[in-house]
Design a protein around this ligand. Sequence first.
Ligand code: DAU
Length: 356
Amino acid sequence: MRYLVTGGLGFIGSNFLHRLVPSRPGDSFVNVDCCSYAANPKSVESLEGCANYRFVRADLAEAAEVREVVGAVEPDVVVHFAAESHVDRSIRGPESFLKSNVVGTFNLLEAVRERWGARRDGVRFHHVSTDEVFGSLGAEGAFNEETPYDPSSPYSATKAASDHLVRAWHRTFGIPVTISNCSNNYGPRQHPEKLMPLMIMNAAAGKPLPVYGQGANVRDWLHVEDHCAAIELIVDKGTPGQTYNVGGHGERTNMQVVDAICEAVAKETGRSLASVRDQIRFVQDRPGHDFRYAIDPRRIERELQWSPRWSFEDGLRDTVRWYLANDAWCASAVNEEYHAWTQTHYGTSQTEGQTS
Ligand code: DAU
């Protein structure tokens, strides 16, 4: 099989490639990425020597580039991770989200439609999406595959649009698609603009830990390896046209997550818990901040026998250890662009030196 994986220099895409490339030597994998600020070549360094892996730089927002790469690769399977994914950045500048998430998905669907022609057997287009398309929950309930779309942020609105495009290309043109809507991922190789790596890296560096509002918002945490296992199963065995919600029964308030990170960092570095917790700062809340996400994953559990292997506690400890042990990766992520972002978004608080 020939796989075309978009966004493979990003967090989830690179973890997916780490899972599949070594375990499927008879298949070939082309990683297509536009090398945006969030792409990190270090995330796939160890795959570069693999005979069945290749990287191609192309921008999905450019139709001609997409057509060229799809024509050259002639993929049997497309796994579409590429997306602008950070809610806060989408609030400050939505345009790149429309280009990448909406136009990029449209161009990819069109290129695949042209390439596959009438072929419907042995091909698959898998679209990786988010639970944020469903909007916000109150204290009760969980999103299932029938929950109506109600996105809040520019980011989630563009992901919702891309999901609709993918479904339309199935219903209208018969492209064999599957979609997964997943909750918050954590684990190795995540860009430090996101909550977990931000808190781990700042906690270890003695920098402030910026909690939005009171830290009462709830997210449903899933280890990235469990998410990638789910995607692998959907691609192999999922029903064309079907959507699968993927979540780890891992609901935590943001304060619970930050407290757990403080504990793990204190333990791993030998510092006192009180000194790490002293770094917590309550900062201005995100506009339109969704209160709670929770996934009902019963369809994928029942139909594809998927279940998460990582407990939140083990996954978090392992994740903290990964960031503490991978200085070179962390240094490459905390580049000039990242400093500019933290300065714009958090002001001087993130550029302070040691707080303790
Ligand atoms: O639910 C799936 C989604 O999870 C994905 O589709 C998104 O691409 C991914 O970014 C993530 O969205 P969130 O907005 O939930 O993730 P983020 O890491 O930005 O924030 C998690 C929670 O932590 C959220 O309630 C906001 C809060 N937060 C975040 C940051 C960056 C803080 O309190 N302080 C911060 O500095």
